[in-house]
Structures are given as C-alpha cells and as structure tokens.
Design a protein around this ligand. Structure first.
Ligand code: F6P
Length: 332
C-alpha cells in the first residue's frame, strides 16, 4: 500500500473533518501518500482529486461540515459509474480507499470491494447513528447537543406562553437521535418510528400534564414516524405539523411547530465526536496497511472494532428498550 484515497459521502456530519485529519496524518506518519477526493463518489468518478499533506488538514478539527465536500450520487449506483470510479483510482495509483459516511455510502464501498476486489474501509459518519456494529457514529453526539440546546431555548418561550411545542428532529427512518435527545432534553413525549404511538395517548398525557399545573409541553417527533398523523393526502406533509394540528383541534391547547432540519447537521463537533473521529479515522488507515478490505471500523464499549461492511449492513441496529421505557417513566 503506497497511496490511499479518502472521501466523505452522503449527508455530512460534525466530526467528518476530524476523521479526515486523522486519516491524512496517520497515513503520512506511515509514509503513505494521501489523495483527498472531493464531492464523494461523484468526485471519485470524475477524478476530482487533490494531494494532501499534514497542513491540508490543519485547523479543521473543530469545524463542522467536510472540507472534502459531500454528495449523494445516483450514477455511482450503476455498474458503469463504479467502473469509472475504479479506473480513476487506477489512473493515479490509489490502492486503498477510506469512505466516511452512512449506510448508503457503505453500500457503495461494498460494491467496489465485490466488483473490483478493491480495498475499501468504511468509517461511520452520520447524525442518525443507525449503523449496526458500532455504538456511535461520528456526528451523532454533536447533533444531540444541538437538539438539546434547541429544546432548552424552546422551553423558555413555551413556559412563558403556556404552550405546547412539537419539535421535529432528523434521523431518517431511525429514532436513535430523537430518543436520546428527548431523554436528555426532558421532552414530555417522544415519537419514533420504532414505537408507533396513538395520538390519543399523546393527547391524554398532555391534558394530564396541564391539569396538574404544567406550564408547557415539548413533544419530540422523529421525521420518520410515518403517516399516521397525516391530516391530508399530501405525502410530503411534515408529521410535526399534522400532529400539532390534531393536538390543537382536540385539546384547544396553543401549539407551535419547529422543524430543526439541517441545523442538526452543522456546528463544531463535540469533544466526544472529535475523539471518536480521530480514533476511527486512524484505525481505518491501520486496517488498509494490514491488508484488510471491506471492513467498517466502529466503537463498541470504548474499543475500536472492525467488522465486515457486508455484515454491518445486514444487521438492524436495535433501539434500547430500557432507555425508551425510562424516558416514558421520567416524563409522566
Ligand atoms: O442521514 C442524515 C440525514 O440528515 C437524515 O437524518 C435526513 O433524513 C437526511 O440526511 C436529509 O438528507 P438531505 O440533506 O439530502 O436532505
């Protein structure tokens, strides 16, 4: 192994830069050349490459986003697209690749391994924390803290006006981000795709809370909870707005909605995310040097582990039932 490539792909997450820094500096420490690939797989197909040195990753450990830029590429999903990507790497002599991203990015990585026997190592970077075989993915902790900060602020105004707030969080089809932020933020109700909740139960809980003198209520809703709260046939309608309307109609409580959206993906990474990114990024390089291919690095019980990407993708990350129950007990 003489020259490796590194790219960030899919939705960005805070800490990706710290991971890129760890990859570049670990590789240089081991006397490898490092090529940064811009715009994820799209840039890989186009040969959008830049030679990186220690100073190309100076002053980025604290920055959100990704200096390599990111993208979601449809073309890379085709065999022709992947062939182009492979040839671009061959052309400049890249003989190992590190992909920092979520499950979609890992699927692409796995294809490169299967179709070209190309050594690729995946580093989990997504605020959703929905990748199996790792306790945490890069960006998740920062996103939780962003959500908690938002909840704290909303709570102030909610109390002043004795209102109910429905706060919609990201997470795609998974509820990890919402559940943990809800527990840490003291939300009154937490709605996640893994645990369908009847709107009647939410309303009963709300009424009970206000009847015993509560001044506000915060309901955290994962964007992926599905369609059960939809009030019309518009499939794009946000679940938060639908739920809010039903609460207001059925209780008369003044209700407001906040969609936190992409602000959850930005910001300076927390210490935990920087440490996670540094450890995983460095380990990914070590794996390539050891001749591994098709592995994902993860963190389990504070140990760095490596598992087959194929295996990780075949597993569904399970929600911690005890934490879900605890959140419910504490918010009664
Ligand atoms: O996977 C990260 C994520 O932020 C999800 O939580 C969200 O559903 C999705 O990406 C949004 O994607 P985009 O940035 O393409 O709108």
């Amino acid at each position: 192994m003489k020259k490796i490539g590194v790219l960030t792909s899919g939705g960005d997450s805070p800490g990706m830069n710290a991971a890129v820094r760890a990859v570049v500096r670990t590789a240089i420490y081991h006397e490898l050349e490092v090529i940064g690939i811009r715009h994820g797989y799209a840039g890989l197909m186009q040969g959008d490459f830049l030679l990186m040195d220690r100073s190309s990753v100076a002053d980025i450990i604290h920055r959100g986003g990704t200096i390599l830029l990111s993208a979601r590429s449809q073309e890379f999903r085709t065999p022709e697209g992947r062939q182009r990507a492979y040839l671009q790497m061959k052309k400049v002599g890249i003989d190992g690749l590190i992909v920092i991203g979520g499950d979609g990015s890992f699927r692409g990585a796995q294809k490169l391994v299967e179709e070209f026997e190309f050594p690729v190592i995946g580093v989990p970077g997504t605020i959703d924390n929905d990748i199996a075989c790792t306790d945490y993915s890069i960006g998740y902790d920062t996103a939780m803290n962003t959500i908690i900060d938002a909840i704290n602020k909303v709570r102030d105004t909610a109390t002043s006006h004795e209102r109910t707030f429905v706060v919609e969080t990201m997470g795609r089809n998974a509820g990890f981000l919402t559940l943990m932020s809800g527990l840490a933020g003291g939300a009154e109700s937490i709605l996640i795709p893994e645990k369908p909740t009847a709107v009647e139960d939410i309303i009963a809980k709300l009424k009970h809370g206000f009847s015993r003198g509560k001044l506000h209520s915060i309901i955290l809703v994962a964007e992926g909870i599905g369609t059960e709260f939809k009030t019309n046939r518009d499939v794009h309608e946000s679940p938060a707005f639908s739920l809010s309307k039903r609460i207001q109609d059925e209780t008369g409580l003044e209700t407001r909605v906040i969609i936190l959206g992409h602000l959850q993906r930005g910001g300076s990474p927390t210490a935990l995310d920087r440490i996670l990114a540094s450890r995983l990024g460095a380990n990914a390089v070590e794996l390539l040097i050891q001749g591994e291919a098709g592995k994902m690095v993860g963190m389990v019980h504070d140990d760095v582990v490596a598992v087959d990407i194929e295996y990780a993708l075949s597993q569904k990350k399970e929600l911690n039932e005890d934490i879900y129950n605890l959140a419910n007990i504490l918010s009664l």
